[in-house]
Ligand binder design. Structure first.
Ligand SMILES: [Zn+2]
Length: 134
């Protein structure tokens, strides 16, 4: 399914390109892999952290995560929330909590050898959009 040297990590978060592109760039460097498998919805961690998580959404996410892990041999799953999110317009601190909650939900169904990394993507005056590990 993937050729030798084609390595991946998995990025789960908002569709917002400011967040998605920042995480892809950060993760490729951090995990020394070539590609980011990217699974998105608008305001994803907000949707996942609701008490009545949409079952269809959850099943759809699981399916994609398992393709990334099993077919692309991803070893890391980054779960991201971000500042200025149109899909989950809450305060930063609430968004960080939503991200941690979403990461815990994802951790509950992926194999234990897969690392789950919750992050918050924010605007920095000097660096532009950057990743904060939670
Ligand atoms: Zn967003």
């Amino acid at each position: 399914m993937s050729q030798q040297g084609e390595t991946f990590f998995t990025s789960i978060g908002c569709m917002d390109g400011r967040s998605e592109c920042t995480v892809a760039k950060w993760g490729r460097k951090k995990f020394d892999v070539k590609f980011a498998d990217t699974i998105t919805e608008a305001g994803l961690v907000g949707l996942l952290s609701k008490s009545n998580t949409d079952r269809y959404l959850l099943e759809s996410l699981k399916k994609k995560i398992f393709i990334s892990i099993e077919k692309h041999h991803s070893k890391q799953v980054v779960v991201s929330g971000h500042q200025d999110c149109a899909g989950n317009p809450v305060e930063d601190e609430k968004h960080r909590q939503d991200t941690l909650k979403a990461a815990a939900i994802i951790k509950s169904f992926v194999p234990t050898n897969i690392e789950i990394i919750p992050v918050f993507v924010k605007r920095d005056l000097k660096q532009g959009w950057m990743v904060e590990k939670l």
